[in-house]
Design a protein around this ligand. Structure first.
Ligand SMILES: [Ca+2]
Ligand SMILES: [Ca+2]
Length: 482
């Protein structure tokens, strides 16, 4: 009966959505870019590490020593693959200050679960945090205090949910707020150890609120609209905090088919457009560099099942946008792609992007002048979940989690939750960027095999443009709100 009721509710929501545009006033003024004002002080000096430009160039990589077999891969990473759990979906990962990966994953079922895993020797310690009817993506982060926190959508309570590990016990609470909200959850932890959660109060359930932002002051939660206007779930939302704890938020504007960005400098949200040409900006991931400037990876469909992974970097004055790679086997929709890419920055602020479709999990590394891309894992008949989450530790080791999908039907997908560790090492010489090279890397999991490697010579983007809209940042210092 619960199942019948749920689908009935979904049906009502879909009908309600037809009237939403008018109900919300049909306006999208709140998504207009703010008037150009000052450039953030923190970005006045450009990165010294080679800001990505819109053009690709050939690396001047020395040839391998004569007579030696090249070791390593194009990107230089050696991979170890491990299965965390054979029943789960939509995992997320965070790496603590000791380089230990913390993984959260879920099952979208009635009942489903949210679980937490950390390595213990050669195995994983797995804890069930909550059981019920939940939807992903969820997110996990670890604060500077080493405490893991998780956020997700509680479909029973129709709210965002939050869990934190306190004295060895998980404490779970829902973040009560009007609307069937808390979808497409993403979490950041500030310098005080407090959570900042961005999620969608979706138009499918009649809301005009769209992207919502929740904070906790130690006593209670506050939830506010970022100013997106009405948005559906399915395309993700992502938040990162800079060194001043200012939240930077990205999402896909489904009405305009644009990639949107917002920052709150303490005086409210300033919303602007990162890229607007064509249908662009789904499943965005954001990170903040050492200059407090945002970098974003995202997806641009190019047909029903293919599209580009793109990358945008705020260089202090404008967004530099370029293509990273192309995915050929993307399945979209309610049971399809979600967090298709994940971006991190290395110690030199060079971006590293992991991304996935149903066939491959790939990695692209910006080496200062070009993207080096490589297939880390290829599916062996069971499709990948097209969702990857990545962290980087202080040694530059990459920690990835993703899942395969052995069953795909409502209410959700399920399969095996994987963990991959990428240890940096020697990069292969890049002799001819236009032709792919093949190499192999370790495959400790035995289930999937590593595949081809190539430099990232992606055809020029005909839609490429520099978005000259300034973003209102300006505060010399942000008073911490806590
Ligand atoms: Ca609610
Ligand atoms: Ca709400």
């Amino acid at each position: 009966m619960v199942r019948i009721k749920r689908f009935w509710v979904l049906g009502i929501a879909m009908v309600a959505g037809l009237f939403l545009f008018a109900a919300c006033g049909g306006g999208s003024e709140s998504t207009q870019a703010p008037s150009p004002t000052s450039v953030p002080a923190a970005t006045s000096s450009p990165s010294s590490t080679g800001t990505p430009s819109g053009q690709t160039t050939t690396a001047e990589t020395p040839a391998p020593a004569t007579g030696d077999e090249p070791t390593g891969t194009v990107t230089g990473y050696t991979w170890q693959l491990d299965t965390i759990d054979t029943n789960g979906a939509k995992p997320s990962i965070a790496v603590d200050g000791n380089g230990v990966p913390h993984v959260a994953y879920m099952l979208e079922a009635m009942p489903g679960f949210v679980k937490y895993a950390i390595p213990n020797g050669d195995a994983w310690d797995i804890t069930t945090i909550s059981t019920g009817y939940f939807y992903g993506p969820l997110d996990i982060q670890v604060g500077g205090d080493g405490i893991p926190q998780i956020s997700y959508h509680d479909h029973d309570n129709e709210d965002a949910a939050y869990a934190v590990l306190v004295d060895g016990q998980w404490q779970v609470e829902t973040i009560g707020h009007p609307g069937h909200d808390g979808w497409d959850n993403n979490l950041a932890i500030d310098s005080s150890g407090r959570p900042h959660i961005v999620s969608i109060d979706p138009s499918q359930f009649g809301s005009c609120s769209g992207v919502e932002y929740a904070t906790f002051d130690g006593q209670s939660w506050s939830v506010e609209s970022v100013g997106s206007g009405p948005e559906p779930y399915e395309f993700g939302s992502f938040v990162a905090l800079d060194s001043k704890d200012r939240p930077h938020v990205v999402w896909f504007d489904d009405g305009e088919k644009d990639l949107k960005y917002a920052i709150n400098d303490g005086n409210g949200w300033a919303v602007s457009t990162v890229e607007s040409q064509g249908d662009v900006g789904r499943y965005a991931s954001i990170a903040i560099d050492n200059q407090d400037n945002p970098v974003i990876s995202y997806y641009q469909p190019d047909g029903d099942s293919s599209g580009y992974i793109k990358f945008a970097r705020w260089d202090g004055a404008q967004w530099d946008i370029q293509r990273v790679d192309k995915l050929e086997n993307v399945f979209t929709g309610f049971l399809g792609a979600r967090k298709t890419s994940s971006v991190v920055l290395d110690a030199d602020d060079n971006p590293i992007v992991a991304y996935s479709d149903e066939d491959v999990v790939k990695l692209a590394v910006w080496d200062g002048s070009q993207w080096l891309s490589e297939t880390a894992f290829t599916s062996n008949g069971t499709p990948w979940g097209q969702q990857v989450s990545m962290g980087i530790d202080e040694d530059g080791v990459l920690h990835l989690t993703f899942a395969d999908v052995s069953a795909k039907s409502s209410p959700g997908v399920r399969g095996s939750v994987m963990y991959a560790k990428g240890t940096p090492g020697a990069r292969l010489a890049v002799s001819d960027p236009s032709s792919g090279e093949t190499s192999s890397s370790q495959d400790s999991g035995g289930k999937q095999t590593s595949g081809s490697s190539a430099t990232g010579q992606i055809e020029p983007d005909p839609d490429w443009e520099r978005n000259l809209q300034s973003v209102r940042f300006d505060p010399p210092d942000l008073d911490h709100r806590f």
